[in-house]
Write a protein that binds this ligand. Structure first.
Ligand code: C2E
Ligand code: C2E
Ligand code: C2E
Length: 87
């Protein structure tokens, strides 16, 4: 069957994202809240987002998807291994 690798998957750390006071991330936080609402996924510590949505968000930030990933990494709001949070 198809294997889903966690590598390359964009997973946001919601605690860190929503704690950020940095205005730079306000659109990402808004977007994440909207996705949570659409999915009815309110209790997660993390949120996996679509590659398509990353592309759309990158446009808002005048960046490329990889550029935005870099920015999110600098702010420390990405989770590289979500399973490690629940270990
Ligand atoms: P939809 O796109 O028609 O997806 C219907 C259901 O299929 C989703 O219900 C989910 O259970 C499943 N699904 C679709 N794509 C994926 C995927 O890549 N991975 C997984 N694990 N499941 C998937 P759900 O989650 O209740 O979402 C309801 C509707 O909310 C979706 O309908 C879509 O219109 C919207 N939505 C939810 N999450 C996102 C998102 O991250 N981005 C966007 N653009 N829309 C979203
Ligand atoms: P994973 O994708 O590495 O996710 C690990 C854990 O991070 C998940 O454990 C869950 O607690 C959390 N997590 C990741 N993304 C989200 C999110 O968007 N919302 C919320 N609320 N939590 C999230 P969990 O649920 O026990 O899943 C374990 C593994 O099972 C996942 O590893 C994934 O490989 C698979 N899995 C679970 N649900 C789905 C799904 O809807 N679609 C697919 N394709 N795989 C899934
Ligand atoms: P995932 O569930 O492991 O799905 C990995 C990829 O498989 C998705 O990458 C997408 O390309 C494809 N895929 C899985 N389920 C569906 C589906 O029902 N319809 C379509 N058209 N494609 C599907 P993508 O889109 O980059 O999403 C990355 C992760 O974001 C997903 O990993 C899942 O954890 C989360 N996600 C995306 N959309 C939804 C959604 O609508 N509802 C929920 N609950 N989670 C979603």
């Amino acid at each position: 069957g198809i294997r889903h690798e966690s590598a390359g998957k964009i997973v946001l750390d919601l605690e860190k994202l929503y704690d950020q006071t940095d205005a730079d991330l306000s659109y990402v936080a808004k977007y994440a809240r909207a996705i949570q609402q659409q999915r009815g996924d309110y209790n997660g510590r993390v949120l996996s987002i679509r590659a398509d949505d990353l592309r759309a968000l990158a446009i808002v930030y005048d960046s490329s998807p990889s550029g935005l990933v870099e920015r999110l990494t600098e702010h420390g709001v990405l989770v590289t291994d979500p399973r490690s949070l629940f270990a």
